[in-house]
Design a protein around this ligand. Structure first.
Ligand SMILES: [Fe+2]
Length: 162
């Protein structure tokens, strides 16, 4: 019992921060999604440049927040704690965190692609818009799966789950 309580306190150190960052990331993703849902003004008209520039800027900011967030998750003991407490979830959490490099790479590529798009006179680019939307969908799913596993960990002492 003493061991379990010690583990719970250790877990609390990262779990609270990770969950708080998940809330912030959800808000960022919602803001980006809302902006993405607006039409880009026709090329050459006022606002066409700033629409694409704003998407690029928000993606750059999202990338930087994710970089810091993923490092926290990778180095905090989250994977080890979840794997220890829920051995059956060990593969799942390893699989989820292994997506981090690819999510960062896609965010970087989209910062660059949307920046190039902002400088050009191209009309609506449905493929680029869809690609940003897909990244946001992946991120939401990714963080939601982590949140579910962390919550299982938090509830283990009360028997609320399992
Ligand atoms: Fe996360």
């Amino acid at each position: 019992m003493t061991t379990t309580m010690t583990t719970a306190r250790d877990t609390d150190r990262w779990a609270e921060q990770v969950l708080e960052e998940h809330r912030e990331l959800r808000a960022r993703v919602a803001r980006l999604r809302e902006f993405l849902g607006r039409a880009r003004p026709p090329a050459g008209e006022k606002g066409a440049h700033s629409w694409a520039r704003e998407i690029s800027s928000q993606l750059a900011s999202l990338h930087d927040a994710l970089f810091i967030h993923f490092r926290l998750e990778d180095e905090s003991g989250m994977v080890e704690d979840i794997s220890t407490e829920h051995p059956r979830a060990a593969n799942k959490i390893s699989e989820i965190v292994s997506e981090h490099p690819d999510l960062l790479r896609e965010a970087r590529e989209l910062v660059s692609a949307t920046l190039l798009y902002s400088e050009g006179q191209a009309p609506q680019d449905a493929a680029l818009r869809r690609r940003v939307g897909t990244l946001l969908d992946r991120l939401e799913k990714h963080e939601q799966e982590e949140t579910s596993l962390i919550q299982r960990l938090e509830y283990r002492d009360t028997g609320a789950l399992d």
